[in-house]
Every structure is written in structure tokens, then in C-alpha cells.
Design a protein around this ligand. Sequence first.
Ligand SMILES: Cc1cc2nc3c(=O)[nH]c(=O)nc-3n(C[C@H](O)[C@H](O)[C@H](O)COP(=O)(O)OP(=O)(O)OC[C@H]3O[C@@H](n4cnc5c(N)ncnc54)[C@H](O)[C@@H]3O)c2cc1C
Length: 388
Amino acid sequence: MPLFLEEHRQLLSFNYPGRGDLVEALESVAGFLEDKVMPMATKFDQHAAKIEETRKELLRQGVCQMPFPKELEGLGLPFGAYALAIELTGAADAGIALSIAIHNTAAEGILQFGSEGQKRKYVPDIVAGRKVASFALTEPTSGSDAKAMGTKAARDGEGFVLNGSKAFITNAGEADVYFVFAATPKGPSSFIVEGSNPGLSFGEDLPKLGMRGSRTSEVRFSDCRVPAESLVGEEGMGFEYAKKMLNGSRIVMGSLCVGIAQAAFEKSIEYARSRKAFGSAISEFQLIREKVADMKTGITAGRLLCLHAARVRESGADFGSEAAQAKVFSTEMSLRVCDSAIQVFGGYGYTTDDVHRHWRDARLLTIGEGTSEVLRMLIARRELARSL
Ligand SMILES: Cc1cc2nc3c(=O)[nH]c(=O)nc-3n(C[C@H](O)[C@H](O)[C@H](O)COP(=O)(O)OP(=O)(O)OC[C@H]3O[C@@H](n4cnc5c(N)ncnc54)[C@H](O)[C@@H]3O)c2cc1C
């Protein structure tokens, strides 16, 4: 299954005319994914092959560098091209796509809110894939209500001491750099904690329904001392930073789900053409054709919503609502498409890992990075506050 499609090429030429470099960058990512990731995806899902090296190799293929400035070893490409690269990665292996998207969210936080010293020290290594990064906000007792975090950072001489724990953290235990949120007397604040810090420890890799190409575990802070220069931005501003970081990340999670849906769709088309029932291919039946039409329409709509949100982001305007719309629609669309794919495959859909893993992978993303319920509240709040 080729990952880079004619519709990707068209979207790039409509939105970024004359940018053949974007086509080249995406074709190169697609080539790597087709050679190295897609053939292994079912094995990664079944924990039947080691994934760490492939994940690290992908980090070095330029995907993470795409939206970052050239002076920090980025490629300086538009966010929309990066979102499409994550879509392609999601079609190949959604767990790997999740892992690298969260890695980039941490780099984005350092780029947007960090000091010049922090940017120079961490961003080039993260985006070029020499270091792995992680974003640690959720706690065992605070998810959607992230501001209610219990992890505390207390002043200690020149630095801070962190105590508490974070739950469900992607890349935990593998990352070299953690972008961490902890409560201080001025409110939630953000810190960079290095993976080698002796005050850090990690839980077991959690067994998951899907997204098995990513590692997820608890991160514990036990008298975890960090120097004053680990504080990112202003003390007490951490929650505002988290919200801004999550906005960009939500576009990418939407794109990831478009990729998952595209993969399930392609497999459904191939199967529907070859599976015979009542003397013909099942693709000849109207009720199967209705599914094909609805799957395709949903994928196109999701892809356009994500690209639209990316374009608003690139314009410098506030894009929180567009990002939330793109994520809510694309994640829910992806679940419907993957469910239809299982239906098209009949009993083989229910029993074949390579078909039902797409539904299992997509299932995370109406929960992670802002649940559908919370994002609908955000979209409605902005619309209702708008002057008519
Ligand atoms: C595989 C995986 C990877 C993850 N990776 C990361 C990561 O890298 N970093 C990180 O920080 N977190 C990560 N998370 C955590 C994820 O972001 C949270 O699970 C998510 O934000 C939801 O929080 P929660 O699970 O505590 O659910 P809760 O917030 O407890 O929500 C439970 C239910 O209540 C609903 N609800 C809550 N408040 C309201 C309301 N006001 N109105 C209506 N309904 C409401 C929710 O929508 C949901 O349906 C990950 C989670 C998983 C499973």
C-alpha cells in the first residue's frame, strides 16, 4: 500500500504552491515507512518484534525536524506538512506515530516557552532524534482536570525539589528529557527534568488495547532535585503553556487518526474486491459501497479539517477551536471507519490483528490529549462567547 497518495500531492500543491520540497520530504518519509515500519507493524502490535531501534531510526528521518526553525536543526517546513507526515506515520504504525508526536510536543514547549539557553541545549538534540523527549502532565488523580495536579515542586536553595507522580506517560523510561508540570505556590509550573536524574523512577510498560508501538508508564518523582534553570518560562504559568502545547498536538492527533483510517480503508477496498459472496465480489453490493463512500468522505473531511487547523496555526491566529474541531471529528471518524473495516472483513476482521489493530489504535484518541467531551466544551465555549 503506497502511503503518499495523489490527494496528498494535490493538497500540498493547493496549499503550498511551488513547494516541491514538501512533496520530496513527504515522499522520503513515506519511503522509509513503507520499507522499515509497515512490514513490521503487526509484529510490533503483537510484541513479537523489538521496536525501540525502528522508533529511534524514524526519529532521525526528519519528521520531527519538519516544523522547527533551521537555526535549531529543524527544517523550517510548514506545520501542515508535518501534520501530513504524522498522518503517513499513523497509517504505517500508529503507536510509533504517537511516540514521535508526543516527543515533538515536548520540543515545541521548549521552543515556545523556554529560555535561549534551554532551546539551544535541548531542541536540536530532540528534533534531530539524538535525544528522546516526553510530556508529563496527567496524574493518577487528575486527567481532564489537569490543573488539580498533586505533583509539587518546592524551592530548595537555588533549585527545586519535585515529589509526586505522573500517569500514562508516553515514552516514559525511554526519554532523555521530560517536560514536566508541577504545582508551585504561584500555581502549576513547568520544568525540564533529565532522564538521568536519580530522583526519577518509572513503572512497568502498561499493557494496552492498542498503540503498542509506544511505551506508556508511570513517572515518579522522589525528592527529584533540579537546578533553577530547569524552570521553563515563568513560575505559575505552566497550565497556560500546557494548553498551548496541547492545541498544536491536537491537530497532529487528528492527522494521526486520518492515517489510521486511511490504512483501514485501503485494506477494506482490497478485501471487498477479492471476497466473493452470492456469486460476486462483495464490492458489488450496494450496502458495502455505502460503507466505502462514507469511509472515504470521512477521511477526506478529517484530512481537510486538520490541514485547515494547521493553516490557521501557521497564520499566527488563535487556532485552539480549529484544533479541537479537527481532533474531535478525525478521531471519531477514524473509529467509525475502522469499525466499518472490521464489518467489511466479516469474521476475518474480528480475528485478524492487522485489521482490528487499527480500531484498537484509534480508540485511544477520543481520550488522550483532551477527551471528546472536554474538547466539545472548549469549542462550544468559544462559539458562545463570540460576538454576533
Ligand atoms: C496510551 C495513553 C498515552 C497517554 N500519553 C500521555 C502523555 O504522554 N502525557 C500525558 O500527560 N498524558 C498522557 N495520557 C493521559 C491522557 O491524556 C488522559 O488519559 C486524558 O487526558 C483523560 O484523562 P483521564 O484518563 O484521567 O480521564 P478523566 O479526566 O478522569 O475523564 C473520565 C471521563 O470523564 C469525562 N469528563 C471529565 N470531565 C468532564 C466534564 N467536565 N464534562 C463532561 N465529561 C467530563 C471525560 O471526558 C472522560 O470520558 C495518555 C493516556 C493513555 C491511555
